[in-house]
Design a protein around this ligand. Structure first.
Ligand code: PRX
Length: 629
């Protein structure tokens, strides 16, 4: 797709019950947005006051394009907003976490218990020698200890880097090396579809040749025997023996890093997105309270994994800062049957449910009889994130789960943005296919490649026009990649998405403008998959594109040129697929592999994936002037 083109807009809209707006924290969206525009820094100053600070800031924003410093001079520790203040505010016996395992096992933590366990683990990390600024890599299943350990890092100012436990050893290795992690925290196993999956053996592979790693902390869920441990390994619970319960929060500068989170980029090496303490804490608290409208009795279930930004912001930091009850599960949507998630909503009384379009489409296919078996009356908001919520999926979600009355919040944002940026605020008309309007605090536009605003109906690049507190501050050890976000169009942050506005300013996201494929809501760089393929001895060259997939949104298709002497075969297809699975993980596995003799290239030798894609989809090849003969 080129940067500008015309789009025919869907015009249907649904009006939510006016009570939603009347009772929401945000109130009227348009008033709130106007208030923000009148005094942007005043708006963020007010929002920052809603979290706990140790020392107030001197200046809300210092903007030295493309570098922002928010709340300079201020100091805080995000865990006091997430834990300590709730203890003081009478929420000590309120449930902070409800965990549900695949086999129905359940564990719950009150705010007091979570606070205590976080402080104890924080002291254990200190005793191991972990200090402020050290990087700690997580490769863990979604169990309460994961949340405890990551909050413990934040408590002592260690920088966490969570790697999704579905990634393969090579992907984990690259992230540990890049972040120079001192400690890796893992578990012996994860559980999925009734099977146990060894995580510790993947970590063993991944830490070969990573000199920074001093310790591996293993949470034993099955029977890890202590004798098996190498000198580097520590048992999660043994570390807690004899530690103090009290651990005062480390005083962090607003601009100190809180975490690094890797996301796929257009080169093989993923980008370590860096978020800071003050701005991120402000952004996620603001959106948890004013966009998700979290109230005292809310039970939030965000089905993402902590390995993605959605988990960081809306499983952990945002909802805990807002004092909600958070549900976490180690479940798969269709195992043991496609009723499992709906049964959890019924049983736990979930009020806010947040999931991805790929899951919604899977549920559409298996049929509405599954959700219809359960009482979903507790729900009051249903959300979506990760990829475009297509109109058919919106209609199904709104009708079958939302019972034609519960607002659907399709939220557009990114690892880099830290918080919700575009959504349909509570009470505003919902338009299927459109993510909605910029949240107060954020200015967005759709522009051409020179930064000129596109009129409604004309597609273009999605940009954010001003800095915001929870924006990424840099790419870890690669500031040049950070600057690229702000340099593509001067003064604007270019998100890498194509979008279009309608006459009311609603934004429809059309997909990526770069070489990123979104498979079931997970970003994959084409270069990342291609480099995994060419590592295989049979592969001379590879090109990868995204092709439409009914459930996952997109699937990976690979074109492969074989090394002389190798012949195409089904066996080789399986071998290459397996190879990608082992190095990056199951999410990157090509759905199909085609063996070819050549690949379309520009005269300067770059592979033209656009041509492969157009051919694959029987579309016009577009401009081929740069194509080599
Ligand atoms: O292309 C957009 C898509 O996901 C990208 C960001 O991916 P990631 O950093 O992994 O964060 C995902 C969770 C916040 C975006 O550039 N995306 C995310 N949400 C939406 C979306 N596309 C359309 N509609 C959305 N609601």
């Amino acid at each position: 797709m080129s940067e500008d083109f015309e789009v025919i807009l869907h015009t249907k809209s649904y009006l939510p019950d006016p009570e939603y707006k009347a009772q929401s924290h945000l109130g009227d969206y348009h008033n709130a947005y106007q208030e923000f525009l009148k005094n942007p820094e005043g708006f963020w100053d007010r929002m920052a006051r809603e979290i706990e600070w140790m020392k107030p800031w001197d200046k809300v924003l210092e903007w030295d394009y493309p570098y922002a410093r928010w709340f300079s001079g201020g100091t805080l520790n995000i865990t006091t907003s997430c834990l300590d203040r709730h203890i003081k505010a009478g929420r000590r016996n309120k449930l902070a976490l409800i965990w549900r395992g695949e086999d129905g096992e359940e564990r719950v933590y009150t705010y007091r218990q979570l606070h205590r366990d976080v402080m104890r683990f924080a002291n254990a990390l200190k005793r191991l020698g972990v200090k402020k600024g050290d990087r700690i890599c997580f490769y863990m299943p979604l169990v309460p200890e994961h949340i405890i350990a990551l909050l413990a890092c934040a408590r002592i100012g260690a920088v966490h880097s969570i790697v999704y436990a579905g990634f393969g050893a090579e992907a984990l290795h690259a992230r540990i090396r890049d972040a120079e992690a001192k400690v890796v925290i893992t578990a012996d196993v994860g559980k999925r579809r009734g099977k146990v999956i060894s995580l510790r053996s993947i970590v063993d592979d991944a830490i070969r040749n990573t000199p920074s790693v001093e310790k591996v902390i293993v949470l034993c869920r099955e029977k890890c025997s202590v004798e098996l441990y190498s000198e580097m390994e520590e048992d999660f619970y043994s570390l807690l023996d004899g530690v103090e319960t009290d651990c005062p929060p480390e005083e962090m500068d607003a601009e100190d890093p809180l975490f690094i989170l890797y996301t796929s980029g257009t080169t093989g090496m993923p980008k370590g997105i860096v978020h800071t303490c003050g701005g991120y804490a402000t952004g996620v608290h603001y959106t948890a309270r004013y966009i998700f409208d979290l109230k005292e009795n809310d039970v939030l279930w965000c089905t993402a994994d902590t390995g993605w930004i959605t988990g960081h912001s809306y499983i952990v930091y945002g909802p805990l800062s807002a004092g909600a009850t958070v549900v976490i599960t180690e479940t798969t949507p269709d195992w043991p049957d496609p009723g499992i998630w709906w049964s959890i909503i019924e049983e736990l009384g979930v009020t806010i449910f947040y999931t991805a379009p790929t899951a919604i489409r899977m549920f559409m296919r298996v049929g509405e009889e599954w959700p219809n078996k359960y009482n979903l009356d507790s729900l009051r908001i249903i959300g979506s994130v990760g990829e475009p919520l297509n109109p058919e999926a919106f209609e199904w979600y709104y009708r079958v789960i939302g019972k034609n009355r519960i607002p659907v919040l399709d939220t557009w944002w990114q690892t880099e943005t830290g918080m919700h940026m575009i959504t349909t605020p509570l009470g505003e008309p919902m338009k299927p296919g459109f993510a909605g309007l910029p949240v107060p605090g954020i200015e967005v536009d759709v522009v051409d490649k020179d930064g000129n605003s596109m009129p409604p109906g004309q597609g273009g690049l999605l940009v954010i026009k001003k800095p915001w507190p929870s924006m990424m501050r840099t790419v870890y050890r690669n500031d040049e990649r950070y600057r690229k976000y702000w340099n593509q169009i001067r003064n604007y942050y270019t998100a890498g998405d194509l979008a279009v506005k309608d006459n009311d300013g609603y934004i429809m996201i059309l997909g990526r403008s770069d070489d990123i494929i979104i498979v079931a809501g997970h970003n994959l760089g084409t270069a990342e998959v291609e480099s995994a393929l060419v590592e295989h001895e049979a592969v001379a060259e590879a090109a990868v594109i995204g092709v439409p997939d009914e459930i996952k949104g997109q699937a990976v298709k690979a074109f492969v040129i074989l090394v002389k002497g190798y012949e195409p075969s089904q066996k080789l297809v399986s071998e290459l697929t397996y190879h990608v699975r082992m190095s990056i993980g199951p999410i990157a596995m090509p759905a199909s592999i085609e063996f070819v003799d050549s690949l379309p290239r520009t005269r300067s030798g770059k592979i033209m994936r656009r041509i492969l894609k157009a051919k694959e989809m029987n579309m016009d090849l577009g401009d081929t002037s740069t194509l080599e003969e």
